[in-house]
Design a protein around this ligand. Structure first.
Ligand code: ATP
Ligand code: HMH
Length: 265
């Protein structure tokens, strides 16, 4: 059994963060573990409050996991404070962690900010350069590259600029564009497009968390980066296709599509 660690925030409404990560890992055939960076009081309409853990307690969680069950991959999501970013980097380097997928979460689907500006600076300087792949959405790519993105050519410029500056592979996600949901990988000089038909479903809370956790699960199982992303995108499209409709805002996706028929709903 391959094991994946999620270092991320908890979403009380279950659609994003740690909760989305664990659901994704279980349905992608790996054993999921967690180190929680923050509790959020959150639902499909917004984030009411955030309580960060201390850097010391985050380090204790990461140590508890690595000293017992060395993860085959690590997914990193919401990290609000610069000190927490520094702690993660220090512990992952100490344990020589492999297959690090960073979703540089800045703003929730509902529009609430999830990371301070000083945190983004710290991520850029310390965390992103040690990642195997990072998965910014369009607004996050604009911040990291410092350019506006209006077209797929702009996505290529942004992904190349980020990847060349930080030395990591970059998956620039196209979910925030209006036409097809095409994602672009820039992997050390090479572009690969992952074409995705836009699914007519306004419930996209946690799609970024789901995609990055599925990529980490596939890397843990030994897939190369391109196949890990291709399979993760197929998984997310199927989860979106279920048309789950929960809550009063942008609701979560349905991870249980393979279990339909096994349990009554
Ligand atoms: N309506 C859609 N149909 C198909 N795929 C989609 C749709 N919306 C988003 N995606 C896909 O979902 C993944 C996440 O992309 P997105 O750009 O929404 O990330 P995000 O903004 O980080 O997500 P989050 O909502 O978790 O913050 C990408 O693979 C994107 O192409
Ligand atoms: C805890 C958490 N992590 C990530 C996101 C981004 O979707 C969110 N809304 N909440």
């Amino acid at each position: 059994m391959k094991c994946v660690l999620s270092i991320a925030g908890s979403d009380s409404s279950g659609g994003a963060g740690i909760q989305a990560d664990l659901k994704t890992m279980i349905t992608n055939g790996v054993f999921g573990m967690t180190a929680i960076t923050a509790l959020t009081a959150q639902n499909t309409t917004g984030v009411a409050d955030v309580m960060n853990v201390t850097p010391e307690f985050l380090a204790e969680q990461i140590d508890a996991v690595f000293e017992d069950i060395h993860p085959d991959a690590v997914k990193i999501g919401m990290v609000s404070e610069p000190d927490l970013v520094a702690t993660i980097v220090q512990r992952l380097q100490y344990y020589k962690a492999q297959n690090i997928v960073v979703d540089p979460v800045m703003v929730a689907t509902s529009g609430s900010s999830l990371a301070k500006d000083s945190t983004v600076v710290m991520m850029r300087e310390q965390l992103l350069p040690i990642a195997t792949v990072i998965t910014p959405n369009i607004p996050e790519s604009e911040v990291l590259a410092g350019i506006n993105i209006k077209s797929e050519v702009d996505m290529e410029h942004a992904a190349k600029k980020i990847g060349d500056e930080l030395g990591c592979s970059v998956l620039c996600k196209g979910g925030h564009r209006v036409n097809d949901a095409n994602d672009l990988l820039y992997d050390h000089g090479k572009f690969t497009w992952f074409k995705g038909e836009r699914i007519d479903n306004p419930n996209t809370h946690g799609t970024g968390c789901t995609l990055s956790s599925a990529i980490a699960s596939n890397l843990a199982k030994g897939q190369d980066l391109v196949n890990a992303i291709r399979l993760a995108k197929e998984y997310l499209s199927r989860a979106l296709d279920q048309q789950l409709n929960l809550g009063h805002g942008s609701g979560p996706v349905d991870h249980a599509f393979d279990l339909k028929g096994k349990f009554s709903r």
